[in-house]
Design a protein around this ligand. Structure first.
Ligand code: ATP
Ligand code: MG
Length: 233
């Protein structure tokens, strides 16, 4: 089952001679349970494509289907509701609230998602899911980058998203912390069936993908699935 389907999607910025086609006529389906990475050089269109899969942006041409609904037919309000109920986001720069503890960052997300009663216990449970038991009371500046990114993943889990989109989630991390973040993502994928879609420049992170989509100048230049033993398949 497709979580998201792109149909002949083109995204252009600017007009006339200044026009840049960041993504050109891409058709791609992200199926439930996938663990997919977008790779490609800087400027190849990874972020543009992720933003369209995540309904943060809409195509110039073509269509995006999320949960059997065409984004073309949705008002911006309906689109943000669909996004809020379906998709979690993790960012390169973590985007945590610096004055709040790890626990409070997750509690805030629970409150924003509409949870009115006690948020402490569910927030603590989410932090333990990402291996951060014992770190609940630390502020972001008292955590390593990898730990901060894990708080961000716990925060994304609040919505029980079908899909988590992570644009270069390990770019600000060293190899050890980057690998730990990938471990958590992979565990959530395997145990909870959450679909992950991430981008990376780092060959060590890219090789963790079960499906590797390569972008070159806004087009898909290869799309390869690998078996669970890690070999190309
Ligand atoms: N808001 C914008 N306005 C104009 N051009 C843009 C805009 N956003 C992206 N572009 C252009 O679209 C192309 C694709 O950009 P995109 O950010 O998707 O690449 P990327 O693969 O994510 O690169 P990186 O690895 O550096 O993050 C680039 O040529 C970029 O300059
Ligand atoms: Mg990018």
């Amino acid at each position: 089952m497709a979580v998201c389907e792109l149909k002949h999607v083109t995204k252009s910025y600017g007009t006339g001679p200044a026009r840049v086609d960041a993504v050109k006529d891409i058709s791609l389906s992200i199926d439930s349970g996938e663990f997919t990475v977008f790779k490609g050089p800087s400027g190849s269109g990874k972020t543009t494509l992720l933003n369209m899969v995540g309904c943060l942006d809409t195509p110039t041409e073509g269509d995006v289907i999320v949960k059997d609904r065409s984004v073309k037919d949705l008002s911006s309000r309906a689109l943000s509701r669909l996004r809020a109920s379906t998709i979690g986001f993790v960012f390169q720069s973590f985007n945590l609230m610096p004055v709040l503890t790890a626990l409070e960052n997750v509690e805030l997300a629970l409150q924003l998602a509409g949870l009115k009663e006690d948020t402490r216990e569910p927030a603590a449970k989410l932090l333990s899911e990402v291996g951060l038991e014992g770190f609940e009371r630390r502020r972001p500046n008292q955590l390593s980058g990898g730990q901060q990114q894990r708080v961000a993943i716990a925060r994304a889990l609040v919505k029980h998203p079908a899909l988590i989109i992570a644009d270069e989630p390990t770019a600000n991390l060293d190899t050890t912390n980057g690998a730990q973040v990938l471990d958590i993502m992979q565990a959530l994928n395997e145990t909870h069936g959450i679909t992950f879609l991430f981008s990376s420049h780092d060959p060590r992170m890219i090789e963790r993908g079960r499906r590797i989509v390569s972008l070159t100048d806004g087009v898909v230049s290869s799309d390869e699935r690998r078996d669970s033993s890690g070999g190309a398949g």
